[in-house]
Ligand binder design. Structure first.
Ligand code: R5P
Length: 299
């Protein structure tokens, strides 16, 4: 049996409990309330001396608040004598700003890593983070180990169970082609990608639709994040022009901001599915098994 205590944070109460149940360990939801001025109060009521403390806290829909609460929980667990502090952050916000694109920009991923390191985090467990290498680099500098888990096989399994066995796996951008490859190992079909480029005239992002062998075939579009839905919708429109069969849109982190879902449906998606790293009505796949299996294997 794993010797640890799970502390579900305010942003991940249900997922934290699911992970603890699968591990067969006790869980102690962090006590949380807001002061009248909006500050977060956090208290961990768990005996942690000499224990492994696993804090679970995703970072959407309130990334700033969730981040600070995460730091408060990690630091409180450390102060309470935990021998190891693990932070499971299923959706890690601030991960897309992993480079300085313009002079003077804050390098969010670096700052986030420093904050977590200063809060006493030993191990950061994330799911399909945007740039794994960049996260590892900054976290290691801050004294944090990183484990990035892929939810793609589980998303692909869901699609397989829903009639997409043998479907083509597509990534809407070459940067995410590894995700499509992971999915392809489960679906069994071919794997391909479109590319996103910046239009040199107006600075807008355009998708370059390469001709793919998809006519009449079912396709799964796999991405790490669906935010505004624009990327997935563009990819589906490109596929439709190439005469595809049914289309599934799958993502790990379904933020679905504004009318994202409608955009993807209007583009022609037959199924949309995401995981519960961020809860929504489309979170049909849980990452609790993925995370608990990793923790079981490690401890
Ligand atoms: C970007 O590189 C990511 O992998 C996603 O493709 C992007 O965040 C999706 O954003 P949206 O849904 O707003 O197009």
């Amino acid at each position: 049996m794993v010797e640890m205590k799970v502390i579900p944070g305010p942003a991940s109460l249900e997922l934290g409990v699911r992970i603890a149940e699968r591990l067969g360990v006790a869980f102690y939801p962090a006590v949380h309330r807001l002061f009248p001025d909006g500050e977060s109060y956090i208290r961990i009521k768990a005996p942690l001396r000499g224990e492994i403390a696993t804090v679970v806290q995703t970072m959407f829909p309130n990334p700033d608040k969730s981040l600070l609460q995460l730091c408060l929980m990690a630091d409180a667990a450390r102060d309470a004598g935990a021998k190891e502090v693990i932070c499971v952050v299923p959706y890690l916000a601030y991960a897309r700003q992993d480079k300085r694109f313009l002079d003077g920009e804050a390098l969010s991923l670096k700052t986030l890593s420093k904050l977590l390191g200063a809060s006493g985090v030993d191990l950061l467990v994330v799911v399909d983070v945007h740039e794994e290498e960049a996260l590892e680099g900054y976290c290691n500098e801050a004294g944090i180990q990183v484990k990035n888990l892929s939810a793609m096989p589980d998303l692909a399994e869901y699609l397989k169970q829903n009639g997409f066995e043998g479907a083509y796996s597509l990534s809407p951008d070459v940067g995410a082609v590894d995700l499509a490859r992971d999915a392809g190992t489960v679906l069994g079909g071919e794997v391909g990608f479109f590319t996103k480029e910046r239009d040199l005239h107006n600075g807008e992002i355009v998708m370059v639709m390469r001709d793919l062998d998809v006519q009449g075939r079912d396709v799964g579009v796999f991405d790490d994040i669906v935010s505004s839905g624009g990327t997935t919708a563009m990819a589906i429109r490109g596929l439709k022009k190439q005469g595809v069969g049914r289309v599934a849109a799958a993502c790990t982190h379904g933020l679905f901001i504004g009318n994202a879902m409608e955009k993807i449906i209007e583009a022609g998606a037959d199924i949309i599915v995401s995981t519960d790293t961020v809860g929504s009505p489309l979170s049909q796949v849980t990452v609790a098994d993925l995370i608990s299996s990793f923790l079981k294997g490690k401890y």
